[in-house]
Design a protein around this ligand. Structure first.
Ligand code: ATP
Ligand code: PRP
Ligand code: NIO
Ligand code: MG
Length: 566
């Protein structure tokens, strides 16, 4: 038996000479237990057990049928949580007691069987997390005793569905925003409950966001934390006389400014009188000025202000600039502003002009380059519209539309039996997109001359793999006339072994979140641009080998009853 080292450092039961393997820690969410499944998984497990069929060797594929958000790609998320769940799968005594209470007609031997099971015999092959993936190709292939693997269906599909959906949503937001913008995930308050919030932060980072406002996710996953302040902070101030401690030490620690408020006030007067600012404002809101001054006293090294509480151009912006200029006198560099309402394109351009005019008028280096963050119900479409209009926004803060996946509620992953006791199985449907692809399969991505992925191909498990430079026929799984020859320049086998079960296959490593994010960025960059565009993207081809095609159609005819016309 291999000794087990817990990934968080403890070294449980290791003996000399035993091979050490890394035992994945439990799932992030402690609610992910063997009971987090549908009742029918237990009723089926009982029926398998009662029939003496529970140890039959089953192969299931986990896949989705259609790319989300009207796009032609998906990013796979959730694998690590599945592997953690699998590695720690064990029923507690109190869980068995609960099952007994809800399944009172089941024999005692079944519960003894459940109490003893784990997933040691379950093999899992999966596409690495963070990969770009396509419909019908298994994201995961799970093999093992049918009753055990059946119990994994609901939790696996649950762990993959939202993870992949929100990672894809994040990747789409990154694509439309462009590489140079900073993307901040602000969705916790709007997410579907605590797990939705934590998952959103993790998977949005994976999909290309730069940071989150979610402190718990920052701690759990090491995601960079970022934030500004809210309107409440601004409106909580009534006036400058609320600020008692007005002193601020200069950045170099050499000079003490005893009255920072006076310095701010003097800058506001200079701004009001500056010719180049074209007297765009008169009296600004003094309670807002108090809030900004107070925030700057608390964070002189990272001053950022929300400027739209009263009026951006007539109050928020000049107030911010007065405080930023006062900080600059003391050697500090303010970060910038956040806009949370109004026409974000127009306002950001006006703000930038104002910053640049100040840089020129007062000779403050880099004042014009200060950061502009925008938020307020942003999504793919609004960011695309802003880009088309032209804007000066550096950072987008995105919450509701991102984390709730407003444009599409679910990915629709499924978990289908494709083989039992080495016998291929098929699920038929009137709707051809719902017919499952039978057999234990191998999956490959074939790359073309220009370095882009050309097609994914599924073959039977025992077929020889596609070879570089050798022509292979790729067939649409269901439409006879759709086929193409491909001469791959590079062949990548997609499914790696993440749980070897009883086999002696090497186990693929679970990379860090940052590594998964890098894989995702790399995969997205590799895609041919027409698959990625927002409007009418070209579908990526998913195919089967000629042999598998013939077999699918043989099995289809074999299983489909022949109708009789009266
Ligand atoms: N230039 C722009 N082009 C397209 N959409 C924009 C632009 N500027 C802002 N938006 C979007 O328009 C919507 C404006 O929201 P809304 O109608 O609630 O007004 P608001 O600015 O939030 O007003 P308030 O907060 O004062 O009630 C938001 O979804 C925002 O992202
Ligand atoms: O708009 P989202 O994409 O969801 O981004 C997060 C929002 O949450 C905050 O305010 P909140 O919405 O709570 O209040 P507000 O609308 O009054 O600003 C923030 O100011 C953003 O507007
Ligand atoms: O830090 C922010 O600006 C923030 C955080 C959460 C939601 N809206 C904004
Ligand atoms: Mg809002």
């Amino acid at each position: 038996m291999a000794a087990v080292v817990n990934a968080n450092g403890s070294d449980a039961g290791k003996t000399d000479g035993e091979q050490t393997m890394l035992m994945p820690p439990p799932p992030t969410n402690p609610m992910v237990t063997p009971l987090l499944t549908d009742l029918y998984q237990f009723t089926m497990a009982y029926a398998y057990w009662k029939a003496g069929k529970h140890q039959d060797r089953a192969v299931f594929d986990l896949y989705f049928r259609k790319n989300p958000f009207g796009g032609e790609y998906t990013v796979f998320g959730g694998l690590e949580e599945c592997i953690r769940f699998l590695a720690n799968f064990k029923f507690e005594e109190n869980e068995i007691a609960f099952l007994r209470s809800v399944m009172p007609t089941c024999e005692d031997g079944f519960f003894q069987y459940l109490q003893a099971i784990d997933c040691a015999k379950v093999e899992v092959y999966a596409i690495p997390e963070g990969s770009v993936v396509f419909p019908k190709v298994p994201l995961m292939r799970i093999e093992g005793p049918v009753a055990v693997v059946q119990l994994l269906e609901t939790p696996f599909v649950n762990l993959v569905n939202y993870a992949s959906l929100v990672t894809t949503n994040a990747a789409r937001h990154r694509f439309v925003a462009g590489k140079s913008r900073t993307l901040l995930e602000f969705g916790l308050r709007r997410a579907q409950g605590p797990d939705g919030g934590i998952s959103a932060s993790r998977y949005c980072y994976m999909g290309g966001f730069d940071a989150t406002s979610n402190v718990a996710a920052g701690r759990l996953f090491g995601i960079p934390l970022r934030g500004t302040h809210s309107h409440a902070f601004v409106s909580s101030y009534m006036g400058l006389d609320e600020i008692v401690d007005k002193a601020l030490l200069s950045h170099d620690g050499l000079n003490m400014c005893e009255d920072f408020i006076s310095l701010v006030r003097s800058w506001l007067i200079k701004l009001q009188r500056a010719n180049s600012l074209h007297s765009t404002f008169g009296e600004t809101n003094q309670s807002e000025l108090a809030a900004f001054t107070s925030y700057a006293l608390a964070f002189p090294n990272s001053f950022l202000a929300l400027v739209d509480t009263y009026d951006v151009m007539k109050s928020g912006l000049p107030n911010f600039c007065a405080v930023a200029l006062a900080l600059s006198d003391l050697g500090y560099k303010a970060i910038g502003i956040r806009l949370d309402s109004g026409d974000l394109a127009y306002l950001s351009i006006e703000v930038r002009k104002f910053f640049c005019a100040i840089e020129k008028e007062f000779g403050v280096p880099n004042f014009g380059k200060m950061n502009i963050t925008a938020s307020n119900d942003l999504n793919e479409e609004t960011i695309d519209a802003l880009n088309k209009q032209g804007h000066e926004i550096d950072n987008f803060g995105i919450g509701t539309y991102l984390v709730t996946c407003y444009a599409q509620a679910a990915l629709g992953c499924v978990f289908k039996l494709v083989e039992i006791n080495n016998q291929p199985r098929i699920k038929l449907s009137e709707d051809v997109t719902k017919v499952s692809i039978p057999c234990k399969k191998r999956c490959y991505r074939l790359y073309g001359r220009e370095g882009y992925p050309l097609v994914d191909i599924m073959t039977g498990n025992n077929e020889p793999p596609p070879k570089v430079g050798e022509r292979i026929l790729c067939r649409h799984p269901f439409i006879e006339s759709k086929r193409a020859y491909v001469v791959p320049q590079h062949v990548e086998e997609l499914l790696k072994c993440y749980s070897p079960g009883d086999s002696d296959k090497p186990r693929a490593e679970l990379p860090s979140l940052r590594e998964i994010r890098e894989r995702c960025m790399h995969h997205l960059e590799q895609m041919r641009p027409d698959h990625m565009r927002i409007l009418n993207p070209t579908p990526y081809k998913v195919s089967v080998s000629a042999k598998l095609y013939d077999f699918i159609h043989f099995l289809w005819l074999n299983e489909a009853p022949v109708g009789e016309l009266q």
